[in-house]
Design a protein around this ligand. Sequence first.
Ligand SMILES: [Zn+2]
Length: 254
Amino acid sequence: MLGGSIAPCNSEGVALRDLPEIAQLQLATLALPDWHPEAHRTPTCVVNGYAIDHPDGVIIFDTGVGADSALIDELYEPDLRMLDQALTHSGMQLAAVTAVVNSHLHFDHCGQNPLLYGSEVPFFIGRSEIDAVQNEPAYTIAEWALPPESQRCLVDDDVAIADGVTVLAAPGHTAGHLALLVEADTERVVLAGQAVWNLAEFVDEVATPSNVADDELRPIAVDTMRRLKALEPSRVFFAHCDHYDPDPNGTANP
Ligand SMILES: [Zn+2]
């Protein structure tokens, strides 16, 4: 769990020659409570995290739901998959993790962060997410969401964290929401967290009140979608829905 090879905040990265393996980790299924704005359309939802098998070590994007909250168990009846087991299944190891990026700090994106608390692994988190956890009691499960201060790497704007890997400010769903760009000479992939709730929103560039509750953030969420598309990624992957393929009939990618 040495943080050694991952660059500190504000380093300059360069693209990788080949895209590293990116594993989608299905970390939970949730039953949405009746009051949830999407419950009528999607009574259950998946929670995806991602693991990048980078030459410098494994980089995690979102850690799913934790196992020790009676409140979350009662509200969402999570069917959990533990991060270490999901990594092993994908041929990676928790001990090889060198950085974690949380798209945001809602409970289903940071729940297994504590597996790496007390190590030297840095957590890249949008700065305003920390404020939200500290000031809004219902924002998340704070014990899951807040790394020890020595492990926090607070993000205000885009920052390269390793060769070919850049954390992107991607506000919308929350003000401090982040995405991750993985870039090789020939291809880019974006991990976009909860930039949208379902794929149609991304295709149509629509920010819904249920995914972006704050009126003022809705146009910003659309700007984020357009910005991510403008990077011309071959794929965009999300936390709660199918991935986006800008060229579904193309033959360039497997
Ligand atoms: Zn969220």
